[in-house]
Design a protein around this ligand. Structure first.
Ligand code: SF4
Length: 376
């Protein structure tokens, strides 16, 4: 079995068993997985399981995905119990579950010699592991035990492809070197995380300008002109109604009592961009640094576009900063709606909401502001 490379805190990831990812979307089961699940049930029950199912096919009319019937009112998988548990698993054991059920919230990619696992911060348990106040995020290579969760999660992977920065193509070893230097810079918490992010942008900018990959370096003492203005543009992106729409989609993943009850109609006015947002939250303050640094490290570890329904992998460093900017909008809105100062919980949930928005949407680069430092 291949070595698995992942963020160390994700070794402690455990599903919260609340069923949040088993509803609200048409879960695309692989055809063989769906068949295996179906035949595990007695023959007399299978027609009912298949009632209302839809099938996706490719150009050769081969079935590529099966979506089983979802139940009202929240589009829950037909096997999800009222308690949030999986009825199929309870009755027939974990081995009958489709791969996507066993693998989520992890996405696996292979370099040929090892597998990289990335955990989706939309999942509240992943966000809890990111927010562990443990110091800098570390990344480990482990050999999974046979049949362990890690082994299952890394059993089906996509190959790396399409590694580009700007117009520049990279082979995986080059990408690996750049990433290692970025992660190293993000383990040095001597300056506020936003300053480090600015330095990363500057370093990536030099690379896009033609610098050799071996010379890539995040200059940790360098001050970066113009980044605050750029980050402000990232915060200002997106209409409040769009952000509200993603709040509706995220709510099934939110278990913080005071945030879980926020209705979109009440939240949208608070999601409006306020140019004076800095007065509500100073991201340079010490209280924000552990979460910001750890979220950035988690994000820069795997800057691929991850989506269970797309087979395409593309890479974007800029999206990390946009995700953070949009998360600030959510955090500010939660606090404003509740009439209290911005809390760490607001930013955690904001990061999940923003991660969902940027995972589901492929925003064209030309539609977003990008940092163009002078004199790279
Ligand atoms: S089969 Fe079970 S784990 Fe999979 S989506 Fe349905 S309820 Fe969730």
């Amino acid at each position: 079995m291949a070595t698995v490379y992942l963020a160390e805190p994700m070794l402690r990831f455990r599903c919260n068993l609340k069923g949040c990812c088993c509803k609200g979307w048409g879960i695309p089961f692989g055809p063989q997985d769906a068949t295996a699940l179906l035949v595990a049930f007695p023959p007399e029950e299978r027609a009912e399981i298949l009632r209302g199912a839809s099938f996706e096919t490719d150009d050769q009319r081969k079935i590529t995905a099966v979506r089983l019937r979802q139940e009202p009112p929240d589009g829950a998988c037909q096997f999800l119990t009222k308690e949030g548990l999986c009825g199929a698993q309870m009755r027939l054991g974990v081995a009958v579950l489709p791969y996507i059920c066993r693998a989520f919230p992890a996405f696996a990619m292979t370099t040929g010699s090892e597998v990289e696992l990335y955990f989706d911060p939309v999942c509240p348990e992943v966000m809890e592991r990111i927010a562990d106040p443990d110091g800098p995020m570390t990344f480990v290579k482990v050999q999974p035990e046979p049949d362990s969760d890690l082994a299952v999660r890394s059993s089906r992977m996509r190959p790396f492809e399409e590694i580009t920065i700007g117009n520049r193509s990279l082979v995986h070893s080059e990408y690996d070197l750049i990433r290692a230097r970025i992660l190293q810079a993000l383990s040095d918490w001597s300056r506020p995380a936003l300053e480090r992010l600015a330095q990363i942008h500057l370093a990536v900018g030099r690379l896009m300008g033609g610098q050799p990959v071996e010379a890539f370096e995040v200059e940790r003492d360098r001050s970066v002109e113009g980044f605050d203005e750029y980050f402000d543009q990232c915060v200002s992106c997106h209409d409040s109604r769009i952000l509200g729409r993603y709040w509706v989609r995220l709510r099934r993943f939110v278990f913080e009592p005071e945030l879980a009850v926020l209705e979109v109609e009440g939240l949208v006015p608070h999601l409006e961009y306020d140019p004076k947002w800095h007065q509500q939250v100073d991201l340079l303050e010490p209280m924000w640094q552990p979460l910001l640094y750890r979220f950035l490290a988690h994000s820069f570890f795997s800057t691929y576009l991850h989506h269970p329904e797309t087979s395409r992998l593309s890479m974007s460093y800029g999206t990390v900063t946009h995700t953070l900017g949009t998360a600030i909008r959510y955090a500010l809105a939660f606090a404003s709606c509740l009439g209290r100062p911005v809390a760490l919980t607001d930013l955690k949930v904001g990061l999940s909401a923003s991660s969902l928005l940027y995972r589901v949407n492929v925003v064209p680069p030309e539609a977003m502001p990008w940092f163009r430092p002078e004199g790279r």
